[in-house]
Design a protein around this ligand. Structure first.
Ligand code: HEC
Length: 325
């Protein structure tokens, strides 16, 4: 049988598993009502647990009671609650297994778990399961929005969800789960031409249910180098009014234009349409539309202008415009 000190003396082996893992790890056993083991005085445990985790959230005791109710085949028999720094633990003597907390981290220990503390998630990951009655299934309020990005630059997607707690996220690219993409937002540090047209969606789940968002399309504009941009500007007569630096002629320096629009989700289309149809009031002036510029050239110029901007990782939001970080 494991001694309590094995909770502290054994290496953690870095076995970090996702939120639903306790259910997955334990699902092999039969599910049933089961009665919680005999409980000894747990005041010390409660105090310790509440100093470690948000009191508004599920307590160590609630969590351990839930584990015993839900997985009696693993957590049964007389119980001993105790602390062995950094853990608050409950030893289920009938089955010989432990549930332990190190601050916000939840571990199980015992023969079925390989006899090393197995990290099964954070306290918040279990909140919905433990308090099922007050938990609601996620419902997607705002799905991720379509994005345009310049090749080599960052792009990101976000989703707005109602419901919870204990929301788990999994992002998909063209319906294939992206490994490790399990946060509320998805950040792509540098998109490539292979990402052109890729569709990104997210599945949000908790113990009450799950919902998968509609997919948002990523449009990637190929990089246009400064020399190519200057050639396009010369061909279309832009150079009399614009520089590619911050120097203002009749119109704003295009490096400043790039900086202003780089963090926005639709920068390529926006700039291209301003070039073709004109702009006024954005920079204290007015530019007539340039109908001689076809859409392909306008988009290439827009890509060139964005390429002049200082690289920035836009804040990922469901809104069109994010601030640069
Ligand atoms: C006759 C001078 C003139 C010419 C020619 C000209 N522009 Fe402009 N451009 C301006 C002015 C003035 C503004 C500022 C308009 C404003 O304040 O909204 C401007 C604004 C812009 C903007 C910013 C638009 C926005 O909404 O922020 C872009 C991009 C731009 N020009 C690109 C071009 C390109 C590309 C060409 C060539 C196809 C071109 N311009 C030709 C004068 C010109």
């Amino acid at each position: 049988m494991n001694r309590p000190d094995s909770l502290v003396s054994r290496p953690l082996h870095g076995r970090v598993l996702p939120a639903t893992v306790l259910a997955t790890v334990l699902a092999l056993g039969a599910c049933g009502g089961g009665s919680p083991g005999e409980t000894r005085d747990i005041a010390a445990t409660r105090e310790r647990a509440q100093s470690n985790i948000d009191v508004e959230r599920v307590s160590a005791v609630e969590l351990m009671d839930w584990a015993a109710r839900t997985y009696p085949q693993f957590f049964t028999g007389p119980t001993v609650d105790g602390t062995a720094a950094p853990y608050v633990y409950r030893h289920f003597q009938g089955s010989g297994n432990y549930v332990g907390l190190d601050g916000d981290l939840v571990y199980v220990l015992g023969p079925p778990f390989g006899n090393v503390p197995l990290l099964v998630g954070r306290v918040g990951d279990f909140e919905c399961s433990v308090r099922l009655a007050t938990c609601t299934a996620p419902s997607i309020k705002t799905p991720p929005a379509a994005r345009e990005a310049l090749e080599g630059r960052a792009a990101g997607f976000a989703v707005d969800v109602e419901g919870g707690p204990s929301l788990a996220y999994q992002w998909f690219r063209n319906d294939v789960a992206l490994p490790g993409a399990t946060a509320a937002t998805l950040s792509l540090p540098a998109v490539t031409l292979a990402d052109q047209g890729a569709r990104f969606s997210v599945k949000v789940s908790n113990a009450k249910g799950e919902q998968t968002s509609a997919a948002a399309t990523l449009t990637v504009a190929p990089r246009v180098e400064p020399a190519a941009l200057l050639a396009l500007m010369a061909r279309h007569g832009c150079s009399t009014c614009h520089t590619t630096s911050s120097v203002r002629l009749v119109g704003p320096g295009l490096a400043d234009v790039g900086d202003r629009y780089a963090p926005t989700a639709d920068a390529i289309s926006y700039i291209a349409s301003r070039i073709r149809f004109g702009s006024s009031g954005q920079w204290g002036g007015s530019m007539p539309g340039q109908p001689g510029v076809n859409l392909a050239d306008a988009r290439a110029i827009a890509a060139g202008i964005l390429g002049l901007s200082t690289p920035c990782v836009p804040e990922v939001t469901t809104n069109v415009v994010g601030a640069c970080r």
